[in-house]
Design a protein around this ligand. Structure first.
Ligand code: MLT
Length: 408
């Protein structure tokens, strides 16, 4: 068979697989080393009691003929879509219809798959540094152009560096699709409502759409910051929002997320005819996806009960305590660092302008601590590394002690 030649342009593996491979090699060569991972943003705290109870109950239902479930609706069960609409949106004064919510097995799949709805010549814009899935999934479909050694020729990059306080400027060329992630992975930065409104207004004026990744919204501490892009007037005409239970409720291993595709959001063909992205996404999902497991959707529903909410807020609080400790301790060491205030990620300037992969290697070799090199998130990530706050607090303390020793 002939291959999809777009895969030929990938010089390296997916960022986090690449890091995992390097860490595995290190462990094989240093079997005595107690490696602590502050690399991939994977949760470490167990599922909460409400989630476990719902899972057990749902498993039992599946073992009884009367309550057994086969294929579920590809869009997700109504009980979960309605619960999400009520608790995540309507109760907060945000207008989102359950009908526009599509439940899935997680945001990585949704965001990787959504680009299938874009035309081959659709121009995309991403903030730089960026969660690599946005770029790689478009490159796999041949939409990214040529790899120039550090960037793709056809992607519009919006640099986010300390010079602009990690807030992207509007693009000079008009993109068709703009990926935004706030609270941001990897820099931990946030946008105020006023800053987000600039993007919504821009998208409306230019017939662009915004793919808004809100996977980390639960980490926002300042109540004035937007949790959803639909807090901005008019966003329901131009924005699709991705949300996840992974970082919010410890579901990285269980897998559940959802995407909101409001019925007003449209794309265009060459003649300027409009097409509903919701209808297109529904067509895509019904063809290629058979739904998130019933028991997992029951577990997701459980986080919206009063006890469920208390439990997951405690999880987030614990991770945020780690984030604050990492940020403060690194600053005490004399490092420049940001993020960690409304996000579980801390973005650190490497000392003495060290390349990010070199600093990653130094931390691994000398402190046995895994970080994520900023360069892995894009060219503007060079000179930075990212640490996550998703470890347990004892490991965070130990990692910080070791890093201090290495940098002393
Ligand atoms: C990350 O470390 O950036 C995330 O864990 C990756 C993901 O959520 O897929």
């Amino acid at each position: 068979m002939k291959i999809n030649v777009n895969y030929k342009d990938f010089t390296a593996s997916y960022l986090f697989s690449d890091i995992a491979k390097r860490v595995k090699e290190f462990k094989e060569n240093n079997p005595e080393a107690q490696v602590i991972s502050l690399g991939i943003g994977d949760v470490t705290q167990p599922l909460t009691p409400s989630v476990l109870k719902a899972l057990h109950k749902a498993v039992d239902e599946m073992g009884v003929a009367e309550s057994f479930k086969g294929y579920g609706p590809e869009q997700g069960y109504a009980f979960l879509r309605e619960t999400i609409a009520k608790h995540a949106y309507l109760d907060r004064g945000i207008q989102v219809s359950a009908e526009d919510i599509f439940v899935s097995d997680g945001t990585k799949s949704d965001i990787g798959n959504f680009q299938e709805l874009f035309g081959a010549d659709c121009r995309i814009a991403v903030t730089d540094p960026v969660y690599p899935v946005y770029v790689d999934s478009n490159a796999m479909s041949g939409r990214a152009g040529k790899w120039t050694g550090s960037q793709w020729s056809n992607i519009i990059y919006l640099p986010c560096t300390k010079e602009n306080d990690f807030v992207p400027e509007l693009p000079k060329e008009v993109p068709n699709c703009i990926y935004l992630c706030y609270p941001n992975n990897p820099t931990g930065s946030v946008l105020t409502k006023e800053q987000l409104k600039v993007w919504v207004d821009y998208a409306k004026a230019n017939k662009s759409i915004i793919l808004y990744d809100a996977a980390y919204e639960a980490y926002i501490q300042d109540p004035s910051l937007p949790h959803s892009i639909y807090e901005i007037e008019g966003a329901d005409e131009v924005a699709v929002e991705f949300r996840s239970f992974s970082k919010t409720a410890g579901f990285t291993g269980l897998r559940c997320g959802y995407v909101v595709v409001p019925k007003k959001v449209v794309g265009y063909d060459d003649e300027g005819n409009t097409f509903s992205l919701k209808d297109m996404w529904n067509r895509r999902q019904t063809t290629k996806f058979n739904g998130c497991p019933y028991i997992v959707q029951k577990a997701a529903e459980a986080i919206y009960s009063p006890e469920g909410q208390e439990e997951i807020q405690a999880l987030v609080k614990g991770y945020m305590a780690n984030a604050q400790k990492i940020l403060a301790t690194l600053k005490d060491m004399g490092l420049q660092a940001c993020g960690g205030e409304h996000a579980p990620y801390i973005w650190i300037t490497t000392p003495n302008n060290m390349p990010s992969w070199d600093f990653f290697q130094l931390l691994l070799d000398k402190a046995h601590v895994v970080s994520t090199p900023g360069m892995g998130f894009g060219l503007s990530g060079e000179g930075y590394v990212r640490l996550t706050a998703f470890a347990n607090s004892k490991n965070v303390d130990e990692a910080l002690k070791r890093i201090a020793k290495v940098l002393a």
